[in-house]
Design a protein around this ligand. Structure first.
Ligand SMILES: Nc1ncnc2c1ncn2[C@@H]1O[C@H](COP(=O)(O)OP(=O)(O)OP(=O)(O)O)[C@@H](O)[C@H]1O
Length: 551
């Protein structure tokens, strides 16, 4: 059950009645849209553009699951879609009328090979949610455990296969005439989309993703993923343990459950960053319906459960490090290096006119960051970028579409619960703290790059700015002492050899002892940690280093 455009085309050609019937339906729907696009597409009036976007939205919804997913995918492509349309497309409701219970029971019985009455103690007549690809029932196993049973829409695979073939044909015929800013050809975009969609309707793959996600957060008590009940799951049925709790939709409802919306946002954003920057495997659809607040776990009021692992993606180690770099460059307002980061990630071509780009970047980002990190709104910046993309040769490499979706979606949840929330207010400290704790070889290298210039001189102002950022989170002061201990520990371990060498180099530059750097460093550390804490951190680090029994 994989996407293969050649095989699928052949499959549809062997079913000419389906091909012709559906092609007519599509052409009829798109003809009306095309007329409006030709007559109004170039209008600069925001209201006209919004109405156009609404018409697109309506057409996509009418055309069913595959096109609803197309709309959702387009909403993550600011390089393809005018900014006035993005807002409308993100409203695309992934809800369709439920299919009948009998059809659902048939699918469960065919897939799992037993009658529903034998598999479940109770199986309700109505689903709790009916989305474009499947619907979810809250059932009960024989042992009393409450479970979520996701059943795929009947005949979904064939519908999607048929629509993808036609979509690809239409893209090839009409693509060149569309007023789109296309980096890759439209057919290649359809192929990428098709592969992802086929992955999404394979619930075996989803079960695998759910387990991997749960393993990833095994040691983090604030994040949970429901266990998969393997005996009650297959390619088209997925049974997971029911997570009881309110969705991340309404702050008042959360408070009524004794939960703290701000703590939940922080858990969500930090978990999102951890997925992106540490594990490289992330949930690309963290919308409010898929995030469940879990009350009563421990004293902490910010425990969060994720569901729906259909849309997951991976990010390479190289990309992760470049993104970490770019956040550090943002912290340091180093727009030249940031331009290099964009080139390395593929958002800009290597031969781009850097002298034109650097001021533009500065304008978009510096404007948002000038006063305070707390003014930065990711959505505004992506909107502004989508305008820039028409004037400058920016493009979104296909592998970033889901990362952007995850970030915008996560920020959407956060803003819904707290309109004053700024993702960067958590992201900056998170990256600064990770960098300062330097607990992987790559991060240690990165830390050295940030702290020392090309002549080997210590850049105290950078350490200062990292420490300042690391200790502020969401406007609150955080304890940076653990960072101090891990930093000091680094000085005494084998891993810290490079750091020690660099420090020595900086002290004995130009054949002279440069004590002013050391004095500056000591002053800075004292300001941030206080003399007593520094002495304590030093003693602890030495103890850990010298005592073979200490862990
Ligand atoms: N284990 C669970 N515990 C509690 N609620 C669940 C669980 N699994 C699913 N749900 C609820 O059912 C809804 C639909 O499930 P899910 O998102 O997996 O289906 P979907 O077909 O992929 O939907 P969508 O396309 O909207 O993401 C979720 O948004 C959530 O509200």
């Amino acid at each position: 059950m994989r996407y293969d455009h050649r095989r699928d085309l052949l499959w549809l050609l062997l079913r000419p009645w389906q091909l012709i019937g559906r092609l007519l339906v599509l052409l009829l729907h798109f003809a009306g849209l095309a007329v409006r696009l030709v007559t109004q597409g170039n209008s600069t009036d925001h209201a006209v553009q919004r109405r156009l976007a609404q018409a697109v939205l309506k057409t996509l919804t009418q055309l069913g699951p595959c096109f609803i997913k197309v709309g959702q995918a387009l909403s993550t492509r600011p390089d393809l879609i005018p900014s006035a349309w993005l807002d409308e497309l993100t409203k695309l409701q992934d809800q369709l009328p439920a299919f009948p219970l009998d059809a659902a029971r048939d699918i469960v019985e065919t897939e799992l090979g037993q009658p529903v009455g034998k598999l479940f103690r109770t199986f309700p007549p109505d689903p709790v949610a009916a989305a474009s690809l499947g619907q979810v029932y809250k059932a009960q196993l024989d042992n009393g455990l409450r479970v979520a049973v996701k059943v795929q829409r009947p005949g979904l695979e064939a519908v999607i296969r048929r629509d993808l073939v036609l979509l690809r044909l239409l893209a090839m015929v009409f693509g060149p005439a569309l007023p789109l800013n296309l980096g890759d050809g439209l057919a290649a975009i359809v192929d990428e989309f098709g592969s992802k969609l086929f992955e999404e309707i394979d619930y075996d793959a989803e079960a695998h993703h759910a387990r991997r996600f749960a393993r990833q957060f095994r040691d983090n008590p604030t994040v949970a993923a429901p266990a998969v009940i393997g005996s009650h799951s297959s390619r088209r049925v997925l049974t997971t343990v029911w997570l009881e709790g309110p969705k991340l939709r309404d702050p008042d409802e959360l408070r009524r459950h004794g939960l703290d919306p701000t703590a939940l946002i922080r858990t969500g954003v930090t978990a999102g960053l951890e997925q992106l920057l540490e594990h490289g495997f992330f949930h690309a659809d963290p919308h409010p319906g898929n995030l469940i607040a879990l009350p009563g776990r421990t004293g902490d009021k910010g425990h969060l459960g994720y569901v729906d692992f259909g849309m997951m993606d991976e990010i390479s180690q190289d990309d992760r490090l470049i993104i970490t770099d770019s956040i550090i460059h943002l912290i340091n307002k180093d727009y030249e290096s940031l331009t290099d980061d964009f080139i390395r990630l593929g958002f800009l071509r290597p031969d781009v006119d850097r002298q034109r780009i650097i001021p533009a970047l500065q304008e978009v980002l510096a404007m948002k960051l000038a006063n305070a990190v707390s003014d930065f709104n990711f959505k505004q910046v992506t909107d502004r970028f989508s305008e820039l993309m028409y004037d400058y040769p920016f493009r979104v490499p296909a592998r970033f579409a889901l990362i952007i979706r995850a970030l915008v979606s996560q920020e959407g949840v956060a803003l819904r619960l707290d309109p004053g929330f700024r993702i960067v207010g958590v992201a900056y400290p998170y990256v600064a703290r990770r960098l300062l704790s330097a607990d992987t070889a790559e991060l240690r290298d990165k830390l050295l790059d940030v702290l020392f210039d090309q002549e080997g001189r210590l850049r105290l102002e950078r350490l200062e700015s990292l420490l300042r950022v690391a200790r502020s989170e969401g406007g609150e002061r955080q304890d940076v002492l653990p960072l101090a201990s891990s930093g000091l520990r680094l000085l005494f371990t084998a891993d810290g050899r490079m750091l020690r060498q660099r420090l020595l180099q900086t002290l004995v530059r130009d054949d002279r002892l440069q004590t002013q750097d050391l004095v500056g460093l000591l002053h800075l550390l004292q300001r941030h940690f206080g003399a007593a804490d520094m002495a304590r951190g030093l003693a602890q680090s030495l103890w850990k280093r010298l005592n073979p029994l200490a862990v």
